[in-house]
Design a protein around this ligand. Structure first.
Ligand code: ZN
Length: 298
């Protein structure tokens, strides 16, 4: 993991790696800072706070934004228990539904989930929820710096907040952008994720801190669009041809996207497209979702 100082008092905390290795961000203003996301467990989050100590000296973290409800973006919240913790309303609901107990049970049941999350210290996590929620948009002032929170979901999850710092031409995109790895649709619709990409591009930022992967620019948002256009097309055609969803996943040749990390997420993404075309198809929930991806990763 590493600290990358960006322009305009913005910082990225980057964790390379696969499942659960998420990024976080920091926006510093006069006398105060805002943290964007905590990490998958308390130890990782403690290391991050120590790594950011120089940047937050004289500018303590008074506020935390959780971009969405996935564990790798909020399980370290307990170290910021005195802060204002902000999330979109639907994200706060998802956090209450999927806490460390649920993830531990998932790991116990499903080998692929254990492979993904077994290395994290989940037993130390005391769920610490947002104490301020919003719908749609929320404008903040962080020590003189305008910070705009925009919920562009449902897409990756039920609510996906991007954090825009116009003065720094920087966006913390949360999991709307996976740089170098495969995005995963837990909620959808996929069309709304494409809309979210458009909105991100319209913000005209030149620095984008993705939820996963290295700091990037708008070209990576455009690559995300191309991935989902590809999945919509490939899955849609197979649906119309009457191919069962599992066969469609096995049949799709990823072509230009074959180099992205965690390609097994295709299983969930194709399933999401199928469900949009046939609402009678049951959703893939925790253990089934990881079982499907485990099969795909073999
Ligand atoms: Zn994530």
């Amino acid at each position: 993991m590493s600290h990358q100082a960006l322009r305009g008092g913005c910082h990225a905390w980057l964790q390379p790696g696969g499942w659960g290795s998420s990024n976080a961000g920091l926006i510093t203003g006069r006398g105060e800072s805002l943290l964007v996301d905590t990490l998958m467990d308390v130890r990782l989050t403690r290391d991050m706070l120590a790594g950011l100590a120089d940047a937050t000296a004289g500018r303590p973290i008074g506020r935390l934004v959780n971009t969405h409800g996935n564990p790798d973006h909020w399980f370290g919240n307990q170290l910021l228990a005195g802060a204002e913790i902000i999330a979109a309303e639907a994200a706060a609901r998802e956090m209450r539904a999927v806490g460390p107990d649920v993830v531990l049970a998932l790991c116990a049941e499903e080998p692929f989930a254990r492979k993904a999350f077994g290395r994290f210290a989940l037993d130390e996590v005391e769920p610490t929820y947002p104490n301020r929620t919003f719908d749609g948009r929320l404008d903040l002032d962080v020590g003189g710096m305008a910070v705009r929170l925009i919920d562009v979901g449902p897409a990756h999850t039920e609510a996906d907040v991007v954090v825009h710092v116009p003065e720094a031409r920087t966006v913390f995109a949360g999991d709307i952008v996976f740089a170098g790895s495969t995005p995963v649709v837990w909620s959808g619709p996929v069309g709304n994720w494409l809309k979210a990409c458009r909105l991100l591009l319209d913000l005209d930022a030149d620095t984008i801190v993705p939820g996963h992967g290295p700091v990037c620019g708008p070209e990576t948002v455009r690559a995300t669009e191309r991935y989902f256009e590809f999945v919509l097309d490939q899955a849609g055609r197979r649906f119309l041809a009457g191919m069962p969803v599992a066969d469609a996943v096995a049949d799709i040749d990823l072509g230009p996207f074959a180099g992205l990390g965690e390609p097994e997420r295709l299983a969930l993404n194709v399933h999401a497209v199928y469900r949009e075309l046939d609402p009678a198809l049951p959703p893939l929930v925790g253990p089934q979702a990881f079982a499907c991806m485990g099969k795909e990763s073999e």
